[in-house]
Design a protein around this ligand. Structure first.
Ligand code: URA
Length: 257
């Protein structure tokens, strides 16, 4: 017969495998009644209310955000960041927008897309008929990549290695947030999700799928800010119309001015 230490070990292995399979709560049932030759009756407890799966996912996201905060996988980003930038928005949103990495404004605020590119992203979100708080906003990399010394540039793109370090965080985050649609902004997230070297100009304008979520790739708002022709903005609006039609939503009329 297994002794108590053996039973505890087996129970731990069992709970670990349940957790790995996504089972986060095991309802407490009847207290275990050990058959007794003396006929003693163990007291019965009231059944617990069923766990709230949304609360469980929110809790898992908070645990993940804390793991990200403690992360030191990229020495340069770890030593230069003001704070990590995890993501904002509700879980189970209709749509989530994915950028590349925080810039200086985001590094200070701890929130993605709050600088100039973020203001443009908010306008795009609003033009689609959403408010900013209805959508989820996050980045592939959770720390600001600082500009190379002497480059005169405040930020740089995250390296493939930095993106790879952050990828397990991003994937768990996506699985917990469960957006109905995902929009990748710019080359870095689009190429990473589609595992391709093809650039955003050719990837945009079509629907794909990533981890079971319908995915659209479009230009990054920072790129739109640099494009003086206005043509890339028109392309992004075409992409947003495709997204809205695929979602079965009405396309709002374009506001002039
Ligand atoms: N650019 C991004 O890709 N993400 C941000 O959060 C800000 C700017």
């Amino acid at each position: 017969m297994p002794d108590a230490i053996d039973l505890a070990r087996q129970l731990r292995v069992h709970l670990d495998s349940l957790r790995a399979a996504g089972v986060l709560f095991v309802p407490r049932g009847e207290p275990l009644v050990i058959a007794s030759t003396q006929g003693a009756h163990a007291p019965r407890s009231e059944p617990e209310p069923p766990p709230d799966p949304l609360a469980a996912r929110r809790h898992e996201l908070a645990v993940l955000a804390a793991e990200v905060e403690a992360c030191d996988r990229c020495p340069e980003l770890f030593s230069t960041r003001t704070r990590t930038v995890f993501g904002v928005g509700p879980i189970d949103p209709d749509v989530a927008f994915l950028g590349e990495a925080p810039g200086g404004d985001e590094d200070r605020a701890g929130e993605p897309f709050v600088g100039k590119a973020g203001q443009l992203l908010t306008r795009i979100i609003n033009a689609c008929g959403f408010t900013r708080d209805e959508v989820y906003i996050f980045n592939m990399a959770k720390c600001r990549p600082p500009g190379a010394a002497g480059s005169g540039s405040a930020n740089r793109q995250p390296t493939p290695e930095e993106c790879a370090n952050c990828r397990p965080f991003f994937e768990r985050q996506l699985d917990l947030v469960r957006p109905k649609f995902l929009v990748a902004l710019g080359n870095i997230p689009a190429k990473a999700l589609l595992n391709t070297t093809t650039g955003i100009t050719r990837l945009r304008g079509k629907m794909y799928e990533y981890r079971g979520v319908p995915l659209l790739c479009t230009f990054h708002p920072s790129y739109l800010l640099r494009d003086e022709t206005g043509e890339r903005k028109r392309d992004v609006w075409e992409d947003m119309k495709l997204l809205l039609r695929t979602m079965g939503r009405e396309v709002p009329p374009v506001k002039k001015g």
